[in-house]
Design a protein around this ligand. Structure first.
Ligand SMILES: [Zn+2]
Length: 426
């Protein structure tokens, strides 16, 4: 009975989320296409018509591609679950590995096989996006050689870091009694904190070169800004983002005294020193308002709820049967439960995404306000426009689509809020 109820809920949620995604994507594409041939009045003096049209075409190309990959993703999800893909893979890996090598080898083998097949299924979409869409709009700098090297390194990092944490979690799930989910959550959180420390210093340098910022006058400017805002960072670095893409960015990573500022070389080549300073002031605003800390605390809380839910469901036969899998008899079930859980929760999680996006947009306004107070608001506005134009981001998104998906407010709203803030301060 329970199994049938879960199957119905799952199908209903999947269909509803698909319908919603299609409705939103079509709205967005129609809205952007309708505004393709006129730059909005507020930007008429700063954005050329050709750039505006390019942004519309880029948004439409990505939108059409998004529809295709959404449909494919739903088909793959059904294939894994109700159509029996995971069940078949599970039986094969179990019969192959469990009798000779035991439960742990079988479970790790199942996770690895699933990751490999999932990666192969996703690869054509990733390739099309990079070498077709990004290429067509002049953003791609990735070569086949670099793509292959990235893939191999990614697999290596996954094996070195992913396998031990997976083995630890699986072991806890099998050995720690009925409160295993609490211990597993603790291990998972410890792992995440470790990654936060290791990522900037060990993992990111495997994929990119980081060099100390060589521009002395910019360095002095940035140091003065940080001193003014009460920040210390271990270093200012320039990353060779241009190896893969023309898109520009800057970020701030690490904890406590290990914090470092990373500028993409593409950002430094496009913005004036004042604009770079304003962009960094915006990032510092996120720290000043504790957005980063809030995000980490939220992630901790959501994971705890997730592990508690998994702790309850992994012990129920209907959880497996309702999603198209027969639980093992005489072999361990944790890996199977983990995979099913990771496959299915995003379908339900989609419905809360507007909440998270809305919170994120509020944080962006707060960071902008902070940047306007600590650096030049005019420079921040100019940087925002340049980055919008260079990334071919549309200036005319559909308002409902924005509510659902946008982690950053549209440029028009950010600029209006900045003008309002500057006027209020004057
Ligand atoms: Zn931001």
């Amino acid at each position: 009975m329970h199994a049938l109820l879960l199957t119905s809920c799952f199908i209903a949620a999947l269909l509803l989320s698909l319908a919603l995604k299609y409705w939103l994507a079509t709205r967005q594409m129609r809205h952007v296409a309708a505004h393709r041939d006129a730059v909005p009045a507020a930007f008429a003096a700063t954005i050329p018509l050709a750039a505006h049209r390019k942004a519309a075409d880029y948004t439409l190309a990505k939108g059409r591609f998004g529809l295709l990959s959404t449909a494919f993703g739903a088909a793959v999800l059904l294939g894994w679950t109700l159509l029996g893909g995971l069940d078949t893979l599970n039986l094969a890996m179990r019969d192959l590995l469990q009798p000779r090598w035991g439960d742990m080898a079988y479970q790790l083998g199942l996770l690895a096989a699933f990751a490999l097949i999932g990666g192969l299924l996703d690869a054509p979409f990733e390739l099309w996006s990079t070498f077709r869409i990004e290429q067509r709009f002049g953003f791609n700098r990735m070569t086949w050689k670099l793509y292959l090297a990235d893939t191999l390194k990614g697999i290596l990092v996954g094996v070195i870091i992913g396998l031990p944490i997976a083995a630890l979690i699986l072991w806890i799930m099998g050995a720690a009694g009925s409160l295993w989910w609490l211990w597993a959550w603790g291990a998972w959180m410890g792992f995440n904190l470790l990654i936060l420390v290791l990522y900037p210093t060990v993992i990111a340098p495997l994929f990119n070169k980081f060099e100390p910022l060589a521009d002395r006058s910019l360095e002095a400017r940035v140091q003065a800004l940080m001193a003014r805002c009460g920040f210390t960072a271990k270093g200012l670095f320039v990353m060779d983002g241009s190896r893969r893409s023309a898109h520009a960015n800057a970020y701030f990573t690490g904890f406590g005294a290990a914090k470092r500022v990373v500028f993409f070389d593409t950002l430094l080549s496009k913005l004036s020193p004042g604009e770079v300073e304003a962009v960094l002031a915006h990032e510092l605003g996120h720290f000043k308002h504790k957005h980063v800390l809030k995000r980490i605390v939220a992630m901790f809380a959501i994971s705890l709820a997730g592990f508690a839910l998994l702790g309850w469901m992994s012990g129920q036969a209907w959880f497996y049967q309702g999603l198209g899998v027969e639980p093992n008899v005489g072999a361990a079930n944790p890996a199977l439960a983990l995979l099913l859980f990771m496959l299915v929760t995003p379908v339900f999680g989609f419905f809360v995404s507007p909440l998270l996006a809305g919170l994120s947009r509020r944080h962006e306004f707060e960071a902008d306000a902070y940047a306007c107070a600590q650096a030049s608001g005019a420079d921040l506005a100019a940087a925002l426009l340049k980055l919008h134009e260079d990334n071919a981001a549309t200036l005319t998104p559909d308002p409902v689509y924005v509510k659902f998906y946008y982690s950053h407010p549209p440029a028009s709203e950010r600029l209006a809020a900045m003008r309002h803030g500057v006027a209020a301060a004057a």
